[in-house]
Design a protein. Structure first.
Ligand SMILES: [Zn+2]
Length: 136
């Protein structure tokens, strides 16, 4: 029995582009970057920056990987909905509001909470779909 431990780069990129298209943010560019976080949506450039630690994904990282991508896609959807400049202002306002309330600028940030909930809610159906398609 053959157990594939790693997801190929091609399949990984196919999953990302399928997700971007499905959520109608297909114009988002994807870039691998050495960074502390797993991923970051750069609202100024419209780029989904993905940590080089995801250069190859292991099967056991699939859940975390999908949640991360969906989380960043949610930010891209917000940026599209409001316009990126407006969204950036709204996001910064929210950060400052949380700080002023003595709360955490990210953990208590409504845009972060919504993005995380979106990832948590949707990752498993995508995992099933990608599995069916033989991508993972
Ligand atoms: Zn986020």
């Amino acid at each position: 029995m053959l157990i594939r431990e790693f997801i190929s780069e091609t399949n990984k990129n196919k999953m990302i582009s399928d997700l971007l298209k499905y959520y109608k943010v297909g114009s988002v560019k994807v870039k691998q970057k050495s960074m502390k976080d797993h991923a970051h949506y750069n609202v100024d450039t419209g780029t989904l920056e993905l940590s080089t630690r995801y250069k190859t994904i292991k099967n056991r990282q699939i859940k975390e990987f999908l949640i991360t991508i969906l989380h960043e896609i949610y930010h891209a959807m917000d940026a599209k909905k409001y316009g990126w400049k407006k969204f950036k202002e709204m996001y910064e306002y929210e950060m400052n509001l949380q700080i002023a309330k003595g709360k955490h600028q990210y953990k208590d940030n409504k845009y972060e909470i919504n993005a995380e909930n979106f990832g948590q809610k949707n990752w498993s159906k995508w995992k099933r779909k990608f599995k069916k398609e033989g991508l993972i």
